[in-house]
Design a binder for this molecule. Structure first.
Ligand SMILES: [Cu+2]
Length: 143
């Protein structure tokens, strides 16, 4: 009897240890910007531990008139510009870590409805093609 209980416990522990499949979103943040600034950008690190290829396909925030997925690129005149990410999504291959960061892919918050002040916490709702929706909190800080 004891052996069976021990074995069950062992199986349970193993099951819990292996069930780490998740979409991990870390370090969500944005720089402070004054009310006069129409737009802001959110950055974050996404680790796809779900075991399947996925994609970030949308972001919503109450403080943004609209939130778009953007990529930065070098324009012909050597100046950095930005444009909607290909297919308006960010690919998240299984097992990989993707960084949304300044000078790269970012979430563009268009037509801000509130200033971003250092110390503020802004809720964002992320939509993944397969993982579904996730609520995260962006921290407003200088860097
Ligand atoms: Cu942008």
């Amino acid at each position: 009897m004891k052996k069976i209980i021990l074995l069950s416990l062992l199986l349970l522990v193993t099951a819990v240890a292996c069930s780490g499949e998740e979409m991990r979103v870390m370090g969500v943040w944005a720089r402070p910007s004054p009310p006069s600034a129409a737009n802001g950008a959110f950055y974050m690190i996404i680790e796809n531990r779900t075991g399947v290829d996925d994609a970030l396909i949308g972001v919503q925030a109450d403080v943004c008139g609209a939130a778009e997925l953007h990529e930065s690129f070098m324009k012909d005149d050597g100046v950095m510009g930005m444009r909607p990410a290909p297919n308006n999504e960010v690919s998240l291959p299984a097992g990989e870590i993707v960084a949304l960061q300044a000078g790269g892919i970012h979430v563009m918050c268009m037509n801000k409805t509130a200033p971003f002040q250092a110390g503020d916490e802004i809720p964002l709702r992320l939509t993944f093609a397969k993982w579904g929706e996730m609520e995260v909190t962006a921290e407003i800080r200088e860097n």
